[in-house]
Design a protein around this ligand. Structure first.
Ligand code: KG4
Ligand code: ZN
Length: 349
């Protein structure tokens, strides 16, 4: 029988599992270095125009064992070499989170290793520490995903404060819902981004809601686009197909300006000039380009993750788990998922 001993826990080897929404992912890190990161995207939801929670849970159940095995194999690590096991505790879909948490808790119990419960949104931010260049503390992070839009002051790996967030829809949700109105498949964000690259961003303008503080609101623009399209289609039923690139480019430009306006305000308020973006929408080519241009004008230092670390992945969960492990923030087996899990200090606490 092959014998493997657990290595020095000051260079921890951690298995991390992400299952908060429609990606089943597993990663292995060794002393904060990612050795493998396997992501299985659930295609089943495309037929329904959105994530179906029950189908997501079932797909996680089917994927989790092979994905974890593949992550271990690719990292050349055996289960008995693990020092800790981490899972996404929330926020996310309860049924989906339960699959990852039950699996990881059982594994931690079976191997008698510590359990680490990770906040998904904090992990998106810590994806910046997977590779170099890495932001210097304190930095400002605009975290933009399918469920959240947050402006966060990051003082240390696990010391974060939310200074602004959306009061209704997340920006990823706005991308996806507007893409759906334009007849694009789910998830619409990446499709809208691709088509926008051929369009004129100044062709159409939409009324937007601007909050006086650092908070966001994206439900208004979705309704504005809905009414605009309804009126235009009354006059020309081929309006969307004839103007798709310009519509995508104009919507994208509006959403990006709503985001960057708040980043500028947050810089003025905090004086912090190290700026990062994170989460699925940080894969958007327009946002990435415009942030770089703005940073040059304003002399900010910007950090933009590789595309594979923008959308959901377990490598980011492993990074957060690594710092939690070093900080002794392990959990007990009674820990359970929380679909509305929050982190850090909230500005309205
Ligand atoms: O972080 P993420 O993978 O999952 C959540 O935690 O929600 O973010 C998913 C969101 C979806 O709304 C998706 O449409 C959006 O990120 N997204 C994009 C792009 N790639 C992903 N939105 C705009 N442009 C993109 N290129
Ligand atoms: Zn996410």
């Amino acid at each position: 029988m092959r014998k493997s001993t657990r290595p020095d826990p000051s260079f921890p080897i951690i298995l991390a599992v992400e299952s908060s929404c429609d990606e089943t992912s597993a990663a292995i890190s060794k002393n904060g270095e990612i050795l493998s990161n396997i992501v299985a995207t659930q295609a089943v939801h495309e037929n329904y125009g959105g994530v179906v929670p029950e189908l997501a849970s079932r797909a996680h159940q089917q994927n989790i064992v092979p994905i974890v095995h593949q992550a271990l194999r690719d990292a050349n690590i055996t289960k008995t070499m693990l020092n800790a096991a981490a899972y996404t505790q929330g926020p996310g879909l309860l049924g989906a989170l339960l699959v990852g948490s039950s699996f990881v808790k059982s594994l931690a119990w079976g191997l008698q290793i510590p359990l680490l419960s990770v906040n998904h949104m904090q992990a998106h931010i810590l994806a910046h520490f997977i590779e170099s260049p890495q932001p210097q503390f304190p930095f400002l992070c605009l975290t933009v995903s399918g469920g959240h839009t947050q402006l966060v002051v990051v003082r240390d790996y696990l010391d974060m404060e939310i200074i602004g967030e959306t009061l209704d829809d997340a920006v990823g949700e706005a991308f996806d819902k507007i893409a759906k109105l334009l007849g694009l498949p789910y998830p619409g964000g990446p499709h809208l981004d691709r088509i926008a690259q051929q369009g004129n961003p100044k062709r159409f303008s939409f009324p937007i809601t601007s909050m006086p503080d650092l908070n966001f609101s994206f439900s208004g623009i979705k309704t504005a686009v809905l009414y605009f399209l309804r009126d235009q289609i009354k006059q020309n039923e081929r309006f969307v197909e004839e103007n798709l690139p310009d519509l995508c480019a104009s919507v994208q430009a509006t959403l990006i300006s709503m985001l960057l306006e708040k980043v500028e305000a947050a810089v003025s308020q905090t004086g912090i000039r190290e700026i990062a973006i994170a989460g699925g929408v940080s894969a958007n080519s327009g946002l990435r380009n415009q942030l770089k241009v703005l940073a040059q004008q304003k002399q900010w230092q910007v950090y933009i993750p590789k595309i594979e670390y923008c959308t959901d992945n377990a490598a980011m969960i492993a990074m957060a788990a690594h710092y939690q492990y070093l900080g002794g923030q392990t959990d007990t087996l009674t820990a359970s998922p929380n679909p509305r899990l929050k982190f850090g200090k909230q500005s309205n606490d």
